[in-house]
Write a new protein. Structure first.
Length: 338
């Protein structure tokens, strides 16, 4: 007997919705609500438009939230209160307090909540995680991540740090989350930041240094530049047995210098780079909603990523490193705003 197709609600119709909706439609029937852009989004990809959040919640089994960062917490709370399992685009929320509260609410409601940290599904980063977990790099010492592209001038809220968190929260949260995924919990955060240019031609950049509980160090750099700046990602990770690096501009966009403990060259696990990371992510979350395997990213991971980002923002503001205490326990979350 064929399983009934999921009824999925997509809330929001911005740029990232164009990555979510086609993949949601492969896995279920989708209705869309957004204050602006819903008709155009559905015309481009399919689905059905509804005229309110309440109407959407009344018709669906699960909810995918892709509204702007500052509205994540409000919409996720409404979905959880309606008894829905939820996917939330990153970051889980703008503040520590809201992110922690969403984790608490999901636990109390017995619902599943997953933040869309899609970079955990990109093959280069999956390959790095697999190599580290297999011990091919040995004990990690230094990791470096770079992400650069054009400043997102398409919507004014990106330029308002109170709403978006700026480049560190909107763009660099990807690599900050990956650094923790690869090298383990973070105990100290230091950051510097610069914003130049005009409203029409802004440039923003930041560098964040993470000290991991293991003693490893991660350096994360982000750039939002001129409109012609191409989107580029890079990383390198070095441990006691070798290194692995990636550059999206290269024809073969990763290189490895690995030894096993016997001093013999190691092979990397083979992964299919043709798999769409957004589809893999959404399929894993929707599968979990139906009783499948636990996804590789949790609500707690999303809240921790927000804590790291806001620690970086405090470091920028004070010029001092910020020490991170242990994450709040599920069900007892208390957090501070940035």
């Amino acid at each position: 007997m064929t399983a009934q197709r999921l009824r999925i609600g997509l809330v929001g119709a911005g740029v990232i919705a164009h990555a979510h909706l086609p993949n949601l439609l492969r896995l279920g029937d989708v209705v869309v609500y957004s204050e602006v852009g819903a008709e155009e989004l559905v015309a481009a990809h399919g689905g059905e438009v509804v005229d309110s959040l309440d109407a959407l919640l009344a018709r669906v089994d699960v909810v995918d939230v892709v509204v702007p960062t500052y509205a994540h917490a409000e919409v996720v709370r409404a979905a959880l209160a309606a008894g829905k399992d939820v996917i939330s685009e990153k970051p889980l929320a703008r503040t520590d307090a809201d992110a922690d509260d969403l984790v608490r609410l999901a636990h109390e409601a017995g619902r599943q909540l997953y933040p869309a940290h899609v970079v955990r599904y990109f093959p280069e980063y999956v390959r790095l995680k697999a190599a580290v977990d297999a011990g091919q790099l040995g004990e990690l010492a230094v990791l470096r991540f770079v992400r650069s592209g054009a400043f997102p001038t398409r919507s004014a809220w990106f330029a308002d740090p109170e709403l978006s968190g700026g480049i560190i929260m909107d763009q660099m949260i990807h690599d900050l989350d990956i650094a923790r995924w690869i090298a383990g919990d973070v105990v100290r955060v230091s950051a510097v930041h610069v914003r130049k240019g005009t409203v029409d031609h802004p440039v923003e950049a930041a560098h964040v240094l993470l000290t991991h509980e293991s003693g490893a160090i991660s350096h994360v750099a982000g750039i939002w530049g001129p409109a012609h700046l191409p989107f580029v990602t890079e990383f390198s990770a070095t441990g006691t047995l070798g290194s692995l690096s990636h550059d999206s501009r290269a024809e073969r966009n990763y290189t490895a210098e690995l030894l096993d403990e016997a001093g013999v060259g190691g092979d990397l696990p083979e992964l299919d780079p043709a798999e769409n990371p957004y589809f893999l992510e959404i399929r894993e979350y929707l599968g979990a909603f139906r009783g499948g395997a636990v996804p590789r990213v949790s609500a707690e991971d999303g809240a921790t990523a927000v804590r790291i980002v806001n620690a970086a923002l405090r470091s920028v503001a004070t010029g001092q490193p910020v020490d991170l205490g242990p994450a709040p326990a599920a069900g007892t979350h208390e957090g501070a705003t940035a």
